[in-house]
Design a protein around this ligand. Sequence first.
Ligand code: G3H
Ligand code: 13P
Ligand code: ZN
Length: 324
Amino acid sequence: MAVSYKELGLVNTREMFAKAVKGGYAIPAFNFNTMEQMQAIVQAAVKQKSPVIMQVSKGARNYANGTILRYMAQGAVEYAKELGCANPQIVLHLDHGDSFELCKDCIDNGFSSVMIDGSALPYEDNIALTKKVVEYAHQHDVTVEAELGVLAGVEDEVQAEESHYTKPEEVIDFATRTGCDSLAISIGTSHGAYKFKPEQCTRDPKTGKLVPPPLAFDVLHAIEKKLPGFPIVLHGSSSVPQDEVDTINAHGGKLPDAVGIPEEQLREASKSAVCKINIDSDSRLAMTAAIRKYFDEHPEHFDPRQYLKPARENMQKMYEHKIV
Ligand code: G3H
Ligand code: 13P
Ligand code: ZN
């Protein structure tokens, strides 16, 4: 039997994006796969009195089970109330949906927002698929994120060798013909903890750390001019904090030359029509860093609560920092 997100106490993105674009800020969209991530996201959002988007990839559904994730999102709403938030503004969003059937399944099972990622398809096919998802989603008051332009990088479910920036000249036609509610664009971000090859970066002479090239703000501004006030989404926006990478490497990890998007650039982008910033890798790094450190320092411990507690605390700190 179908379940509406409204019964679960969730909200769609329409109102929160309108406020974010007007207010010149962005709402973080955190991927989650585990209970500890969910708890940390809710604690951070309540503490910062912020709306939040909790997103689930196809891989997360395969890992944790779609039904369980949906109940976790419902649990997130109830947990936020328990923590003192009278009216939680929490979105359950499908990240990188790759078919109409997957989007429909999520809409029928309590998601308040879905992404249909047709960015790897030819332009007209992307439009046709996105439009089909929008028509179904809007019948259920579910909002739809679409994507135009291709991000570089490799993730389990998302693969692209090269980035192709979004073409500003296509966005009006795309948004109008699909009816999508927000648009993910490509301006140089990419998924994962290795967003740039070392040869694309310079090196800080003092620290030896990689300094990435700037995002294509000219492309972002050209898109904004074409679609004033239209909600824009940035994927692949983890900052890959160097202290987390250093902790991981100091405790047996091997993440050489991991590099992300500098926070100043994300802050700059969020003053524009960018109103959703996707973060997954930073949560993975925060969790892994805390667990590696804990294992190194407490080789005699084996109760998962002992090492998942600091992992959860470290993620919460990171989420809070992102929300500010
Ligand atoms: O954009 C991709 C997200 O980071 C989700 O990654 O497919 O490994 O769950 P995943
Ligand atoms: P990061 O890999 O930069 O965290 O990006 C996550 C993302 O875009 C999820 O859709
Ligand atoms: Zn993404």
